[in-house]
Design a protein around this ligand. Sequence first.
Ligand SMILES: O=C[C@H](O)[C@H](O)[C@H](O)COP(=O)(O)O
Length: 235
Amino acid sequence: MLTQDELKRNVAMAAAEYALTCLQPESVLGVGTGSTVDFFIDAIAEHRHRFRAAVSSSERSTRRMRDLGIEVLDLNEVEEMPIYVDGADEIDHQLNMIKGGGGALTREKIVASVARRYICIVDESKVVERLGAFPLPVEVIPMARNVVSRRLRALGGQPVLREGFITDNGGEILDVAGLDIPAPAVLESHINDIPGVVGCGLFAISGADLALVSSQSGVRRMQRPGAGGADTIQS
Ligand SMILES: O=C[C@H](O)[C@H](O)[C@H](O)COP(=O)(O)O
């Protein structure tokens, strides 16, 4: 029986293998944040001479990559990247996601928006029929914490301030439980429009293009519906 860390490592190794097929020596790789991505960074580091550099979605990932000898560029220096690799807190079968358990959602969404393909790496426990069991992280400007909370309550959510946590952008996080999310892109757009919201942990307007999912029986692919079926790529 593989532990959750072993499942994370397996999917990270599969993602590193996949990433290397997309990268050229001049390519810049987009890198997400979290415990699954930490394994991905470790796996990609030994191949760092096969791509030019990375763009990071958090101070945490930046530190880890630099410690392992990967050059990290400022996004302002980069115009394109073939792929972005990141984890998720929940992903549904349409490859909509909830992200931000580590508070990095805003930079993640920005870096991902530059990449041609978004590769999500998760273990099986993150795959859900419908998003919303994981409280939705919403980054807010601190002075807007209460007004945004009231608006989120009006949407049916129960926002809780993530105590003692400040994002890399100086924002605060409201973790919103109890939201009903039948149409993730509609809710994402609605929350994005609330003044004071910096970013919303729903990734549905632009979801993942491909998910690699590890389980006890191997790593399988989930494609966006219409983009092809699932298959096992490693056992
Ligand atoms: O802010 C954090 C990110 O959105 C992570 O990708 C997400 O929380 C999943 O993290 P982990 O791989 O540690 O479960």
